[in-house]
Write a protein that binds this ligand. Structure first.
Ligand code: G6P
Length: 366
């Protein structure tokens, strides 16, 4: 009741705007600038325990699963520990092999999602080491896990999750940093990631300041019935979450593909009525992603490039600019313009932003 709109048209809008302060809360007291690492006391894991982890697996549902995929990439990149993400609904029903050397991370905004809770209970029965990455303190998943990292996003009302998913990947960057710094990650790289994280909230403010430009892009493509979201490696879970947001609140059919897979089927669907949102970070895969845009353009497909690179003039029909951060942290920042794109498309189409049809904020039954 004391969490109100404060002049915002809806909760999604308010929660998008709150992301810089929500992220500052998640980072507060958790970055160790002296030793270039993270301090996550809630994990209850000593350096010895951290070093014994041979694999990391993130489990969650919906946006929490996609955030887990960003987390898995971060853990592999910064700690060089094999990591992946899996939907909790699949994990619980396939009689998973529970490995004592794996750290399982249960990811949930509400802490009440039935599939995620059941996965945690199954892990507990089989002796798996499971920690929570949960927003709601005192929730069922937080209690069942007993240890973990709270997201500190504050209350989230909009069904489409924004500040909670941003804090999920932010917390996973800190987890990956910590796992990396008790292994091979250098002081210099640790320092680079710490500085990148400290600067991230103000980078988000810079994205939000481009709201009008993103709204223009949404108006320009408001007639599209279908859209592709395309990314590779770091950009792939970003594309999946972007497509998810668009589907949830605008009901426009959105499909995410790995850039390299486009040519193996989906490219047959590209024409002037099928816009593609392409994630183009300025990293070692830039040339590959430019090639992907060229392939789409050659088939007449309109392209919205989400980028922090200097793309050849006229390559994309529209550019949504993202400020620079450390390349490993790009996926956290690249999610923000996609939230705004989905938001504005849904607004143009007159949708009920906070209460999309057929969806619930948290799915506590099967
Ligand atoms: C529901 C919501 C999604 C959310 C998912 C997981 O399906 O509509 O937006 O990502 O549950 O919720 P959780 O609370 O576990 O993060």
């Amino acid at each position: 009741a004391d969490y109100q709109l404060d002049g915002h048209p809806d909760y999604m809008r308010k929660e998008i705007a709150e992301q810089p302060e929500a992220m500052r809360r998640a980072l507060m007291g958790r970055l160790d600038e002296r030793f270039s690492t993270a301090r996550l006391g809630g994990l209850r894991l000593e350096p010895r325990d951290l070093r014994s982890i041979r694999r990391v697996k993130f489990i969650g549902c919906g946006s929490a699963y996609y955030a887990g995929q960003i987390g898995a990439n971060l853990v592999e990149e910064l700690a060089r520990i094999p990591a992946d993400a899996e939907p909790a609904s699949e994990f619980r029903y396939r009689n998973p092999v529970v490995d004592p050397d794996t750290l399982y991370v249960a990811v949930s905004q509400s802490g009440e999602t039935a599939d995620t809770l059941a996965a945690v209970q199954e892990l507990a029965r089989k002796g798996g080491r499971v920690i929570g990455a949960v927003n709601a303190v005192g929730s069922a998943i937080a209690r069942e896990c007993g240890s973990g990292v709270f997201l500190h996003a504050g209350p989230e009302v909009s069904v489409a999750s924004t500040k909670a998913v941003t804090n999920m990947s932010t917390c996973f960057a800190m987890l990956a940093l910590l796992l990396g710094r008790v292994r091979d990650l250098s002081v210099a790289d640790g320092r680079r990631i710490v500085a990148g994280l400290v600067a991230l909230p103000s980078r988000i403010e810079e994205v939000i300041a481009q709201d009008e430009h993103i709204a223009d892009a949404a108006r320009r493509f408001s007639a599209a019935r279908h859209m592709f979201f395309v990314g590779r490696v770091r950009g792939w879970p970003v594309a999946r979450e972007g497509a998810q947001k668009l589907k949830e609140i605008s009901y426009v059919h959105a499909e995410a593909y790995q850039a390299g897979e486009l040519k193996h089927g989906p490219i047959a669907l590209i024409d002037g009525d099928m816009p593609s949102v392409v994630i183009v970070p300025d990293d070692e895969l830039l040339a590959k992603n430019i090639g992907t845009i060229e392939q789409i353009k050659a088939r007449g497909g309109p392209v919205i490039a989400v980028t922090n690179a200097d793309l050849p003039a006229g390559l994309a029909d529209i550019e949504l600019r993202v400020p620079r951060t450390e390349p490993e942290l790009d996926p956290i920042l690249f999610g923000i313009p996609l939230q705004l794109l989905a938001y504005h498309l849904a607004t143009v189409l007159g949708r009920d932003i906070d209460k999309p049809r057929n969806l619930a904020k948290s799915v506590t039954v099967e």
